[in-house]
Design a protein. Structure first.
Length: 262
């Protein structure tokens, strides 16, 4: 009997350890409702420092921001955008940095190259990356995960990301290094969406597996890591004011965003 309980407790401890490593249980999650169907979720470490923030929504839609070519579109060059400008539209609730890009050579207002599949309103601005996954939005607004080899046949809007990190409720391992991450997660029927950004510049950051586990913990079944590093950022509207996380003094240029609308 003692031996049997030892086996059960050993497996239970192993399961708890695996889950704890992935979901970072030392993080305290706080939630507040800012509008019907819209929550702001905050994860703080044991010292009270914010590790991540997310907008969790139900009954909303997602758009990929349009491109502003800054030269030859075939070269994938674009003017940078700041997420705050999208809020001129009163239906916009939040924006999240989307496609990763080449290292930034210039600051705000200068062109840069986009990595990954970027297609909006029937125009392809950046071709698929054979190493990375992409997020697709079909004509009915349904979200799709596009793996390498599937993107060439996609004729709807798409924003290239890095990797699928949550598939059918299972966090996926890809890269173990911890960094800042922007990610999108959604429920099986797409009614629930989670726009997530994880601090990495002055924090520990998350691995992709940890980010996928966090999306699952917040209610997602599918998820993809989008942008990363110093440009990963979430901006949202709350009480007629705009808020940004992380709050850093340096503006980083980005090519596009995911836009959450009513």
């Amino acid at each position: 009997m003692k031996f049997r309980w030892f086996i059960i407790l050993s497996f239970a401890s192993l399961s708890l350890f695996s889950y704890s490593c992935a979901s970072s249980p030392e993080t305290v999650t706080q939630s507040r409702v800012i509008a019907p169907g819209i929550e702001i979720l905050t994860g703080r470490d044991t010292n009270g420092k914010v590790e991540w923030m997310a907008v969790r929504s139900t009954g909303c839609s997602l758009l990929i921001s349009p491109a502003i070519p800054a030269g030859d579109a075939d070269e994938g060059m674009f003017l940078s955008r700041h997420g705050g400008e999208y809020f001129r539209n009163s239906d916009v609730l939040a924006v999240l940095t989307a496609s990763p890009h080449t290292p930034i050579r210039f600051r705000s207002g200068f062109p840069q190259s986009v990595r990954g599949f970027y297609r909006v309103d029937g125009t392809t601005y950046s071709l698929p990356d054979c190493r990375h996954d992409a997020l697709g939005v079909n004509k009915n607004g349904k979200l799709e995960l596009l793996h390498p080899g599937e993107q060439e046949e996609w004729n709807n809007d798409s924003a290239g990301g890095f990797y699928v990190i949550l598939s059918d409720g299972l966090p996926l391992y890809s890269v173990s290094i911890r960094d800042a991450v922007s990610a999108l997660g959604w429920s099986e029927d797409g009614a629930l969406m989670i726009l997530l950004v994880i601090r990495g510049q002055d924090g520990r950051g998350y691995s992709y597996e940890e980010a996928g586990s966090l999306l699952r913990l917040l209610g997602a079944r599918e998820g993809i890591a989008m942008d990363g590093g110093g440009s990963a950022r979430l901006v949202w509207r709350e009480e007629e004011s705009l808020h940004s996380f992380p709050v850093v003094p340096l503006y980083r240029a980005v090519p596009n965003h995911l836009i959450l609308i009513k």
